[in-house]
Every structure is written in C-alpha cells, then in structure tokens.
Design a protein around this ligand. Structure first.
Ligand code: SAM
Length: 269
C-alpha cells in the first residue's frame, strides 16, 4: 500500500513539474509570439469568424491561450463577456498590457486543477491549436476541465493541427539516420519529446517568423512532450467521455495547413 502512494505522489510531482516547465517556455517567448512569430501560427480573420460564429450579445466566452490575442480582441468587439486563461504569467502580463478593453485574465493551467469559481460559467470555450502543445493525457485533462467551464448547452471549439509539422518530419528523419529516434519519439502515441531530442532540435530547427534562433531553441526545449493527432485520435479521445460529450461538428481551417476546427458539445440529457 505504502509503495503505491509513494509512486502516485512521485508521478504527480513529475507531471506537475513537467507542466510548469512548459509554462516557462511561454514565459521565455512572451509577446515575441505576436510581434515576430509565424503568421500561420495565429488564426486568420476568416478562422476567427469560424471560432465566433453564432456568438450573441450577452454570451460568456472563455479563451484558453493569451497568444490568441486577435481572437480575444475580436470577441471583445462583440460586446460579450470574455475570460482568458493562460498558465504563463508572462503571456498573461503581456496580454494585459496590449488589450485596450477590460477582460478577465487568469493565470490558470487548463491541465491542472480548475478553480471552482470558473465552473459552469461559459457558453463557449475556445482554443487555437492548444492541444498540439499537449500529451494525450494533458489533452484529456484539458477537455475534462473545459467541459467543467461550460454552462448547459455550452460548447468547446478547438482547432487542432493534424499530422506532423514540417519540423517534426525533419527531426524524425534525423532521428532515424542517427539511430537516436527512440530517445525522443514514441511512435505508439505519436509523441515527440523536444527536451529529450537534444541537439536534433537545433539541427532541424525551422524559422518561426523572425523569432531569434536562441529564443526559439529554448522555447522548443521547454515545450517538452507533445502529441501529434489524426482525426481518428480526436474522435477516439472525445468518445472516452462517454455520453457526456460529442464532436457535434468539424471543419477545415481555410488558411492554416491540415488544421481542423472541432466543436465538442455537451450531449443533451
Ligand atoms: N497557435 C499557437 C501554436 O500553434 O503554438 C498557440 C497555441 S496555444 C493557444 C499557446 C498559448 O496557450 C500560449 O499563450 C500558452 O501560454 C498557452 N498555454 C499552453 N499550454 C497551456 C496550459 N496547459 N494551460 C493554459 N494555457 C496554456
């Protein structure tokens, strides 16, 4: 019995530490993501309209990810109540500085315990390619927490880049060539570990807009383990929530490569 408790505590400490390291990666990047990052890593005007379609005055929205500043600003233009959750103190601070209108911004890790005063507060929970920054375990925890944020008949709208990024493919090829693939790539779950990849990150680094190389390498290192998804993965993951949640619609993003916008709705009782 004692052993079991000790292993559980050790596991959660490790997971908690890992998640904190991921937030430190975004602390490093800060507003460079907006000022220097790759355009296609941010939703286009058309994609923002897809996130916000059907939003009415009086609705309450939660947006996870301060980096999606353009989506946040557009939502505020609609005269709706907007709450932003982000686990990076720097991203929260930078967003506060740049927004000209009031918006509640909370430093919250969506894959950790959710403050109960946020429960059942939102008609819509939006996130843009947030799941691509997660392991499968973090993605499931995030979906569970996002569903807790929803009022009855609420919905989650989340875009997911499907398949590998071009840099993933370079790293996998380099890993095969150098015989180091299993150091950082788990093919059974399609999970890449940017920390364990060591100098293969630098060797395969692709520019992210004009973000300085040194910053970019630090950001990748602290991104840790990230899963790559297929459409089947997304349906399988949501199905694990049984009769509570379902993918009620999905559509391709018009401007970002291989990126699908999923709407995950509470199933009517
Ligand atoms: N589209 C971009 C991309 O593809 O990288 C952004 C993805 S995600 C929305 C990035 C934002 O989410 C950052 O502001 C980051 O700090 C925040 N974020 C990442 N993981 C998070 C977590 N576990 N909890 C809350 N916010 C998180």
């Amino acid at each position: 019995m004692f052993y079991g408790v000790a292993i559980t505590i050790a596991y959660w400490t490790q997971v908690r530490l890992m998640i904190n390291i991921k937030s430190k990666g975004w602390d490093e990047l800060g507003s460079l993501f907006w000022s220097k990052g790759r355009e296609s890593a941010r939703p286009s005007a058309h994609e923002i309209n897809l996130f916000l379609s059907g939003v009415k005055t009086g609705n309450a929205l939660t947006i996870v990810g301060a980096s999606t500043k353009d989506l946040i600003e557009k939502a505020l233009d609609l005269n709706v109540d907007v709450t932003v959750l982000d686990f990076s103190e720097v991203m929260c601070r930078e967003l506060k500085k740049i927004l000209h209108r009031h918006c509640s911004i909370f430093c919250v890790d969506i894959t950790d315990r959710l403050p109960d005063d946020l429960w059942f507060t939102s008609d819509l929970v939006l996130s843009d390619r947030l799941f691509n920054r997660f392991t499968e375990f973090e993605a499931k925890t995030a979906i569970r927490n996002m569903s807790l944020l929803l009022k009855n008949n609420g919905a989650i709208r989340t875009s997911v880049k499907l398949g590998y990024y071009p840099m993933d493919e370079l790293m996998i090829k380099e890993g095969e060539r150098s015989g180091r693939l299993q150091d950082f790539f788990d093919s059974s779950t399609d999970t890449i570990d940017f920390r364990a990849a060591g100098d293969i990150v630098e060797a395969c680094l692709l520019p992210h807009g004009n973000i300085p190389i040194r910053k970019l390498v630090q950001w990748y290192r602290m991104r840790g383990r990230e899963k790559r998804y297929s459409d089947e993965d997304m349906h399988r993951i949501v199905k694990e929530f049984g009769s509570k949640l379902m993918i009620s619609s999905q559509e391709w993003f018009p401007n970002a490569p291989e990126t699908m916008l999923y709407q995950i709705s509470m199933q009517k009782k």
